[in-house]
Design a protein around this ligand. Structure first.
Ligand code: MLT
Ligand code: MN
Ligand code: ZN
Length: 306
């Protein structure tokens, strides 16, 4: 399985347009050891020809351009066979509206995420320019589905969704009761080799379901949004603690480094990293602590051959 990190930052990217925190200022002025990052999205393929995107970030155009295997091979064409959504957050979905140039799209999502994006959303009409412009394929937690190419041929990948502790996107809070299918993790299995990628970019707590989603995976991508619970309040950037935003912090007692000690995967990668996170600094003690536990921090352009 080929895996390419197109974007590795949380919502807002790094640096974020309205942020003057030490990390954002430092990376703009090139005075810290850190690299800019676009918002989270990953491309996967079994054969290097047919690609699937995990999430559609607001920076999707630039991300597609950054990776030649995603470029068209003919006057109207895309190697992107489908897009899988892990939740309805705008940093995961807004890119769909950018893919509006009358190209048929296949989107895999839970019914909850599909309805959250399509219902009452007048902008969705831009993806209804012709019948079947978007084909939605429902993901049901606990069921494995073959990922098909748009011509109906097998892609060599199978996908299982796992319901994870998370939350509704901010713009839908109070509009619908929370539901287990608001936020999922993905287990992608390459049929030929049996190798498994577990992709969990938003995780509010390490539960039994989270452990099952990670079980036996060869490569794990995990929520790396915040290092500490009070990261935003401590920088006077907002009142919310990490847990209130449904992101388990990476560091500290009960954080994901501690909770996931003993994970067997040979590659363990933190993704959806918020611009305030000290993990973004290549020389920070937090980065060293993650490395000591066997964790890498995702960066844009990272390639993995699984
Ligand atoms: C999140 O990951 O918590 C959300 O993307 C936050 C947001 O939508 O701003
Ligand atoms: Mn996000
Ligand atoms: Zn910042």
């Amino acid at each position: 399985m080929r895996i390419r990190v197109l974007g590795s930052a949380a919502g807002g990217g790094f640096p974020q347009w309205n942020c003057g925190c030490p990390n954002c200022r430092g990376v703009r002025e090139a005075v810290i050891a850190a690299t800019p990052r676009t918002q989270e999205s990953v491309a996967v393929s079994a054969d290097g020809e047919a690609w699937f995107l995990l999430n559609a970030s607001p920076e999707i155009r630039q991300q597609i351009e950054s990776f030649p295997p995603l470029h068209p091979r003919r006057p109207r064409h895309s190697p992107i066979q489908g897009i899988v959504l892990t939740n309805g957050d705008l940093d995961h979905c807004l890119g769909l509206l950018s893919l509006r140039e009358s190209h048929p799209l296949v989107v895999y999502a839970t019914e909850r995420v599909r309805r959250g994006f399509t219902e009452g959303n007048v902008l969705y009409r831009t993806l209804q320019r012709f019948s079947e412009q978007v084909t939605w394929r429902d993901l049901k937690p606990g069921r494995e589905d073959a990922l098909l190419r748009q011509d109906g041929a097998p892609s060599g990948l199978a996908l299982e969704a796992v319901a994870l502790p998370g939350k509704l996107p901010i713009h839908l809070e109070g509009q619908a009761p929370p539901d287990p299918e608001d936020n999922i993790g993905l287990r992608l299995r390459e049929v030929r080799t049996g190798r498994v990628l577990a992709y969990l970019p938003a995780v509010a707590a390490v539960t039994g379901a989270v452990r099952e989603a990670l079980e036996g995976a060869d490569c794990v991508f995990f929520d790396g949004t915040f290092w500490s619970s009070d990261e935003l309040p401590a920088l006077a950037l907002g009142p919310k603690r990490a847990e209130e935003m449904a992101h388990l912090p990476v560091g500290g007692p009960g954080g994901s480094l501690e909770a996931l000690a003993g994970l067997g995967a040979s590659r363990r990668i933190l993704i959806h990293v918020n611009n305030t996170n000290p993990l973004l600094r290549d020389d920070s003690p937090e980065r060293a602590a993650a490395r000591a536990r066997g964790w890498e921090v995702a960066r844009d352009g990272m390639d993995i051959d699984l």
